[in-house]
Design a protein around this ligand. Sequence first.
Ligand SMILES: O=C(O)CCC(=O)C(=O)O
Ligand SMILES: [Fe+2]
Length: 487
Amino acid sequence: MSKNEIGTVQSPTNAGPTTTTSSIADQLEVLRKSLAMPHVPYTSGVHPVKAEDLVVYYDVEGEKYASRIDLGTAEEGDLEALASACQQATFGVNQADVLDESYRKAGKMDLTKFAARFDVVASGLIDNIGPDILQGQDADGNKKLRAEMYKLNVYGPGSFFKAHKDTPRGDNMIGSLVVVFPTSHTGGQLTLEHGGLNWTFDSAAELADPPRTPALAYAAFYSDVTHAVEPVLTGHRVTLTYNLFLVDESIRPAAGHRTIPAPERALEETLRTLLGDPAFLPAGGFLAYGLEHQYPMPPPPEVSWVNRKRQVPPSRLGPVLQMLKGCDARIRTVSQRLGLATHVKILYDSGENYDYDDEPGHDVLADDVLDTADVNESYGMSLKDEIERMGVILQRDSARAKELRDKKKYCGQDEDEDDNGENDGGKISPSAIPVHWVTKINTLNRVQSQYIAYGNDAAIQHVYGNAALFVHVPAVGVDIRAAVEGR
Ligand SMILES: O=C(O)CCC(=O)C(=O)O
Ligand SMILES: [Fe+2]
């Protein structure tokens, strides 16, 4: 089954904005209807994990050493051993733990008795369920979902848990998460009820068909959802349960109380000064930085054609921005604090594949690796023109022009003293974006694409680009600059 998302499974039959809502009353009605949309108060699915995530170490009463079970490969005998190391599960009634096998029949292990290798954060599960459970509450970056492991449970044949709501453990508890290991069993479905609607999550069936190991089944639901575990018919159903909390990041002593290290402070101060200077990029532009660290770079994107239009997928460089390290990360952190957007982009020199004197190129900035597979110079296409068409042209500041001059010298090309590389013989487009290169671009994060070059024979050649960090500086007068200037 594909992931079942809160709020998206049931489609509204009686709601949806109308096109001719003229009065406030009409608008309020639309609002009401949208609030009355049936809402699915849980999210569930199957989550792939690493094989070692299925290992659990556990205590056995009277034994000095822990036992180990691999729940990806465990056989009945192994599972029976785990079950017999459990205590009888209780449930909460009026703040007391009650043992009643007519209400709940299952084995439990407290946190002090076992260690599970599965990590709800590192496995990505918490990130997977987060958006469904948070429903945009994290939009301002302040709210986060935190999962606290609670118990390990074993439901052998005939085990069940009748309908209940979980005992809230703290004001900020928002729900529960159940993770079901892929041990072979039937029955043990989780049934859920909320607002008069019912759902069933058959984790055993989800895990078995098609068999997807190593994987875990999971269900996360809000605290006000009544739920039950149907009787297990065969085999053992082994689960980890977690309490889910909504934590307010803004009151954590994180960013606010962090002592800003001197290099970061210095960077921030300089940037502020620059932004406050009306002569600095008055019409806006970029501050550009060579990347200090290496990151995984994507291959050229899969471009498709629909109705003769090139369909370029969204840039895959966004994730790199989340992984920046060291100095690269510092640039982004500081820029972000000043309200400036940072991007990882690819810089191409559109003249790089040519003798520079014949075809002086431009610096071309692209949002992703370029797909030049359709460029065939023997059909009269020019790689240079195509690159310039696929990106935006940047001006070359004096630092960049010098760098190119040095490179040319190094490569043994004739150097024209008058050509400072900046204006490419006056041919640079007036719309070229001004850039200040703060640190030199390098080839640590090089990307390559193929094209067909025209020579004596048409031949496959490569075109290279290099990733760098670009901080967008708005024009003087834009709010961000005004705000920064005012400090
Ligand atoms: O195992 C499940 O699916 C749910 C367990 C449960 O409801 C609980 O432990 O409170
Ligand atoms: Fe429960």
